[in-house]
Design a binder for this molecule. Structure first.
Ligand code: ADP
Ligand code: XUL
Length: 488
């Protein structure tokens, strides 16, 4: 028997999936919610998390895996992690030179973004070089801010990791490399050659190259499980395959191999992504081009106000998710024109530096209409801001916590005029990581690796013709409302 484990160190939890390659079956899955997932400043612009929280959760989860599966069969382990966050380490990965890590929700580096972009010739040349213009959560502007504000701590730092490579380092017991896919979210890698870009390094901070791990393809075996974990949990010297970002891993976990396919992950962030054969970046500076863990490229657009914004509306009316779904059932598509721009926290897409919520036609509205307003607004924004990828999918694959909500998926089908596929489980990042471990160990073709693991639930959710019409009109109105709001 050959088992493969995939972790997902996401914003709110550490999850794991263990699969049995021969039986093409999941033999174990578990999730551990973080007590304190992140700490935000009053205005929501500075957002950090503790690497110690991730380390403790990894330890607990390794113990659970060892206790729950036939551990001698564990051949390889990989993982996925929230993207962009940086961990500042001393000689050993366990010793930190900075107690907390800025994470993807941080939007406090507008100044550094402009400075790095300027050094690279402007936003468009920066995007052509690294795959993205300057975005405040990207690692380079975060490193630049740290080097400026705490030069001594920066000088004492020997290694700067992404969350993904930090977690891999803990498993290996030594500094592990960064994979090309997650490195694409740093604004430091030349997306064409997949090497650190001299110009981007110089634009960011002094002596940066010496502090960065090596770059490797996502399918690289970066070491074996450290003796410390083998002794403690009776685990074998399993191969550790490079960890990657949660979105790149979800690309694998939702079975997207070919250009023309799109997936939507409705987690803490809402994201929409798909494979790309040739590199393309958006002329308006929306979204990102990443290296794909499958080898070519992937396009992605990211929204900060995802699940937590939906939760905020749900909680404002004291609802459960069931009541939230009922609200969507009780209200008509289009909501009679009542919408929202749900920027409860600073938004990534479109870039809204300070939180503000705009409500249209909701003054005397019932709670159910507020619920419909936020979901429709979010999904129309996902549609509007992903057109740059130039993909008209036959079907959308939905994943993430909110993909459990059938009513939300119906709105996606109607707004995109496309059927939506669901999966039994919504942990596609962890599943993708386990599948990457399997592929790296066996060298099998991707089609073969995915077979039987990423089969959608038989019944796709189909768009309703009358609703498609309603959203065609509402999307134009909502786009105009967004344009006006961005000018104020
Ligand atoms: P992440 O990986 O970013 O930590 P997940 O993909 O695990 O997040 O999704 C967690 C989110 O899923 C929670 O914040 C919660 O709001 C949302 N969620 C869970 N169940 C439902 C539901 N039935 N309807 C809508 N959202 C849900
Ligand atoms: C991707 C992004 C988020 C995080 C969340 O660019 O910022 O989706 O990866 O986990």
């Amino acid at each position: 028997m050959s088992f493969y484990a995939g972790f997902d160190c996401s914003t709110q939890a550490l999850s794991v999936v263990v699969l049995d390659a021969a039986r093409r079956a999941i033999v174990f899955r578990d999730s551990l919610a973080f007590d304190e997932p992140f700490l935000a400043s009053g205005d929501g612009t500075v957002v950090h998390a503790s690497p110690h929280t991730w380390r403790r959760a990894l330890e607990t989860m390794l113990g659970r895996v060892a206790a729950q599966v036939d551990r001698r069969s564990l051949r390889a382990i990989s993982g996925a992690a929230q993207q962009h966050g940086s961990v500042y380490c001393d000689e050993a990965p366990e010793t930190l030179t900075r107690d907390t890590s800025p994470i993807w929700m941080d939007s406090s580096t507008a100044r550094e973004c402009r400075e790095i972009e300027a050094a690279l010739g402007g936003p468009a040349p920066a995007a052509r070089l690294t795959g993205s213009r300057g975005f405040p959560r990207f690692t380079a502007p975060q490193i630049r801010k740290f080097a400026r504000e705490q030069p001594e701590a920066y000088a004492r730092t020997s290694r700067i990791h992404l969350v993904s490579s930090f977690m891999a380092s803990l498993l290996v017991g030594a500094h592990a490399p960064i994979d090309h896919a997650d490195a694409s979210g740093m604004m430091l890698m030349d997306i064409g050659s997949r090497a650190w870009s001299r110009a981007a390094l110089d634009a960011t901070a002094p002596q940066l190259e010496s502090k960065l791990p090596a770059l490797v393809p996502s399918s690289t075996v970066v070491g074996t499980l450290a003796p410390k974990w083998q002794e403690r949990f009776g685990l074998p010297p399993a191969e550790i395959v490079a960890w990657s970002g949660d979105n790149p891993s979800s690309l694998v976990g939702t079975g997207l191999i070919h250009e023309g396919q799109l997936a939507m992950s409705l987690g803490t962030s809402d994201t929409i992504f798909g494979p790309m054969r040739e590199p393309r970046v958006s002329a308006e500076g929306i979204g990102h081009l990443f290296a794909s863990p499958l080898g070519e490229y992937m396009g992605i657009t990211v929204f900060r106000n995802g699940s937590l914004a939906r939760q905020r509306v749900r909680d404002a009316f004291g609802m459960s998710w069931e009541a939230f779904s009922q609200s969507l059932q009780q209200t008509p598509p289009g909501n009679g024109g009542a919408t929202m721009l749900p920027w409860f926290e600073p938004e990534i897409t479109p870039e809204v530096p300070t939180a503000r919520v705009h409500r249209f036609g909701l003054e005397r509205a019932a709670p159910a209409q507020h619920v419909r307003a936020i979901v429709e607004a979010q999904i129309m924004a996902l549609a509007r801001h992903s057109t740059w990828m130039g993909v008209t999918p036959d079907v959308i694959h939905a994943t993430g916590g909110a993909a459990a909500n059938r009513e939300i998926l119906q709105i996606i089908a109607d707004v995109f005029a496309t059927p939506v596929n669901r999966f039994e489980a919504t942990d596609s990042a962890a599943l993708g990581a386990a599948l990457r471990a399997l592929q790296a160990d066996t060298g099998r073709e991707w089609d073969d690796v995915l077979e039987g693991f990423v089969t959608p639930v038989a019944e796709a959710i189909r768009p309703v013709a009358t609703s498609i019409e309603v959203y065609r009109g509402l999307r134009a109105l909502q786009a105009a409302r967004e344009r006006t709001a961005l000018r104020t």
